[in-house]
Design a protein around this ligand. Structure first.
Ligand code: DPP
Ligand code: ZN
Length: 844
């Protein structure tokens, strides 16, 4: 397969002045007529006229009205063209109903919809399908669908047709078309300059009652972007459409966002608090792309983090503002460590701006998104808030309407702040998570912190240069008061010391506050000091971090030495959980133990071979011991955290319910499920219904409730995804593979629906001890299903291969089993380019 390189970028030799498209929709033989005005660029070095095109049947092609005979391959076509501006016309036929890859124009529940990012437009018609080619689009849709939508503003419609015009030049990846039997949930927003914008969420009939929350989230996002970034919406209309079959979460097509229905539809009865928070964040994310992604887009796909890192950073700021800043930060760091750290420390490691790829869909990764956002957070910390917003203002002023690079982005910061970002830029080009070793010294009132940074080799990058690392540090006195507030130390060398004078006694340092950089801190410290920070740190993130470190140390000692759970830690936990002055959401987070995968990762970092069954046993023992320790407090805590009154998915209520759910799961270990059975029966919202069901299923006491849940929700696809996932997530290690296998035979399992596939196999890969059970059955089951899915949907298959990325850290037997299954996938006949690239990288 062909490899594409960042260094080989060359501009397209033609401007595209306008694009007119006509769609004649039928499920199996849709005709797409294009009329595109090209103008040769005077200064172009390369005048090759190449149009991308895949899976298209070319019916006819014309230049300036004359038939031409282009040379076509399975990748696109070339043609002799005039040296003056000309009009290209083509008619192609495509098969939306047969498109199970869900890329280009496809059908989902009899509805037509598109997904063009990154390179799906080439499956719709011949076109220079690259983000630096921007043009205005006029679209005519012909068909008998009741609703027919495209980007921009409507310009006319009649019996069997509708026409749309998008005045903003855009790359083809932002093109969208939707047609089907849809109903709209309407809304309106007045921009700060007084422009009236019509808003709609389009859904299948019957889903109208799940749109209210999404609509509010959209309005809040529009207001927030005006207030915080000074950015206004720029069309008369903003449409969101919910689609059941979708490879990703959502897509920011100009004026016509398309969402995986799981990321927009919400109601108290069918969605958990976590779903609500995620939906609010994704609606914000896609809306924010209108400026960071659409008005300013990427020059090429290597620059993907230019739009994604920035937009994730912006949606995190939004969530922090709408809810709780520390809670959001802790949640994000948990996710970063669970998803990005394994990637950055394994065979799939790549920099936020990769320099090569075979299939760009394989680079919509935690590194590009989440680490991309962390890099922006560091930049903001280094230059300060005021300079950050000054630089952003310059970015929008200078680059509006352009397709940009990371160099453009950093130049804006250099120009706005006068800072040299040469060394900082390494964050974009070097892969791997830096390790920062900390040592300390105290003499004559002077405290010295010494940092040493190094980054292990990653594929293709054996040696790393030191990076700029903002270390947010505060100092506490031994009595718990803060003697130095947070200060950002700039670590730039491989080894560097910082001193603090005039201290009465040796302080306790609180290092990497707010998780100020995505690094792994290595520091010799005691559990007593961790417990001290858990009780006294003024930085909420580091308080949580201290508790998290204690939990890890305890569990690691249990796994390695068969130790009992650390009594001091259990006491500290009990004290915190019982302290009603503490934020319930925070208590819930402290009470959530590190995942088993996280313990495996920690063991691996320390040079041990993780044994998943032992890690599982330690987790069980720990939780059981904790439940017993809290035994007398649990009923009171359960009652105290029960939220009365009408359900509202706000930060306060959801924090309380999160703690309540944790308490219930502990209680269920002691009361035989009595309370959970009661809660299940009484619950009037999904959060509490789901928490009760999960607690019961985990205790293997939930058969009746699981059946009741199925009976109640079998017609709701999104709730059924929860049901599928929960069975696998809650099953004991020796039963996990069999449970998942049985679910693939269930009448409601549908391999073509990515949400359902991910429900089962995401949960399988996420059940650490079950997935890695010594029998190897789960590995084989996943491989069987990935091989089957690859023939239908390469993109989702390739992404799910990441379940294997940590394979090298396990023992010899498991490694052999894993290798055998991956080799089987690699050898499957007709393997897609997507999956081949992923499996090859992982196996390497
Ligand atoms: N550009 C999309 C998003 O991140 C990816 N499908 O929102
Ligand atoms: Zn995005």
């Amino acid at each position: 397969p062909q490899t594409f390189y960042l260094k080989e970028y060359t501009p397209f030799g033609y401007d595209v002045e306008s694009v007119h498209l006509t769609f004649r929709l039928t499920p199996e033989t849709t005709r797409v007529l294009s009329k595109i005005r090209f103008a040769p660029k005077a200064d172009a070095a390369d005048k090759t006229f190449f149009l991308h095109g895949e899976d298209l049947q070319l019916i006819s092609a014309k230049i300036d009205g004359q038939d031409v005979a282009p040379e076509a391959t399975d990748k696109g076509l070339t043609c002799n063209v005039p040296s003056a501006p000309f009009t290209w016309e083509a008619e192609v036929e495509i098969n939306p109903a047969g498109n199970t890859a869900l890329e280009g124009l496809y059908m989902s529940n009899r509805m037509y919809c598109t997904q063009c990012e990154a390179e799906g437009f080439r499956k719709i018609t011949y076109y220079p399908d690259r983000p630096d080619v921007m043009s205005t689009f006029t679209v005519r849709i012909e068909g008998d669908e009741p609703v027919m939508l495209s980007n921009g503003n409507p310009v006319g419609q009649g019996e069997g047709w509708a026409e749309w015009h998008d005045p903003w030049p855009k790359p083809a990846y932002l093109f969208a078309l939707v047609a089907g039997d849809l109903v709209n949930y309407p809304g309106a927003f007045t921009t700060r300059s007084g422009k009236e914008v019509e808003l709609n969420i389009w859904v299948r009939p019957g889903d109208e009652d799940k749109c209210a929350f999404g609509m509010e989230a959209l309005k809040k996002s529009m207001k927030w972007d005006e207030d915080v970034y000074g950015l206004e919406y720029d069309l008369d209309l903003f449409n969101i459409v919910a689609v059941d079959d979708f490879n990703m979460g959502a897509m920011e097509n100009k004026g016509l966002n398309i969402f995986n229905s799981s990321c927009v539809l919400a109601s108290p009865e069918t969605s958990t608090d976590a779903n609500f928070e995620r939906i609010e964040a994704i609606i914000a994310h896609e809306y924010f792309h209108n400026w960071t992604g659409n008005r300013i887009t990427c020059r090429d796909w290597f620059q993907l983090c230019l739009k994604e890192g920035l937009t994730v950073f912006r949606d995190a700021q939004f969530t922090a503002d709408m809810r709780s800043e520390p809670v959001k930060r802790i949640e994000d760091v948990i996710t970063l460590r669970a998803r990005q750290f394994p990637e950055d420390n394994g065979p799939l490691a790549h920099p936020p701006r990769p320099e090569q790829f075979q299939e760009i869909n394989n680079f919509y990764t935690a590194t590009v998104y989440e680490k991309g956002a962390e890099v922006i957070g560091m930049l903001k910390r280094l230059v300060g808030d005021e300079n950050y917003y000054k630089a952003l203002k310059l970015y929008f002023a200078r680059h509006d309407g352009q397709a940009c690079t990371i160099e453009d982005w950093l130049k804006v910061f250099e120009d706005a702040t006068g800072r040299d970002l040469q060394q900082f830029k390494l964050w974009y080009s070097q892969a791997g998570t830096p390790r920062v070793k900390v040592s300390e010294d105290f003499a004559d009132g002077t405290y010295t912190l010494t940092f040493e940074q190094s980054t292990p080799p990653t594929p293709g990058q054996p040696d790393k240069a030191p990076r700029v690392i903002p270390m947010a540090v505060g100092l506490l006195s031994p009595n718990g008061s803060e003697v130095r507030p947070t200060e950002v130390l700039e670590l730039t060398g491989a080894k560097q010391s910082f001193t603090f004078d005039g201290l009465a006694s040796k302080p306790v340092p609180s290092i990497l506050r707010e998780f100020s950089a995505p690094v792994i801190l290595e520091r010799e410290t005691t559990n007593a000091e961790r417990a001290f920070l858990l009780a006294h740190d003024t930085d909420p993130f580091n308080r949580w971090e201290a508790g998290n470190a204690l939990a890890k140390e305890t569990r690691v000692a249990m796994v390695l030495d068969g130790a009992a759970p650390d009594a001091a830690y259990l006491d500290a936990l009990e004290k915190l959980v019982r302290d009603d002055n503490q934020d319930p959401a925070f208590r819930a987070l402290v009470l959530t133990p590190p995942s088993q995968a996280d313990i495996a990762q920690t063991l691996h970092e320390r040079g041990f071979t993780p044994d998943p069954q032992k890690i599982y046993d330690a987790a069980e023992t720990f939780t059981q011991t904790l439940a017993q320790q809290l035994e007398t407090s649990l009923p009171r805590l359960y009652a105290a955290t029960t939220v009365d009154g009408a359900y509202a998915p706000d930060a306060k209520g959801s924090g309380k319910r999160a703690l309540n759910g944790r308490i219930l799961s502990l209680l269920t270990r002691l009361d035989g499920g009595e309370q959970a059975v009661r809660q299940y029966a009484a619950a009037d919202n999904m959060t509490q219904q789901y928490a009760a069901l999960a607690a019961l299923m985990k205790a293997e006491k939930g058969d009746a409730q699981s059946q009741a849940f199925f009976d109640q929700w079998q017609d709701d696809r999104l709730v059924m995804d929860k049901w599928f996932a929960l069975q696998v997530a809650c099953s004991a290690p020796q039963k996990t593979a069999a449970t998942a296998a049985a679910l693939t035979k269930h009448a409601l399992f549908d391999i073509k629906n990515p949400n359902r596939f991910r429900a089962v196999f995401g949960a399988l890969a996420g059940n650490h001890a079950g997935f890695h059970h010594a029998s190897g059955e789960a590995y084989a089951l996943l491989a069987d299903n990935l091989i089957a899915l690859d023939k239908l949907n390469p993109q989702t298959t390739a992404r799910m291969c990441a379940a294997f990325q940590t394979w090298k850290r396990y023992g010899t037997d498991r490694k052999a089993l894993l290798r055998a299954q991956m080799s089987r996938i690699a050898g499957a006949p007709g393997l897609s380019r997507d999956t081949n690239e992923m499996i090859t990288r992982i196996l390497d």
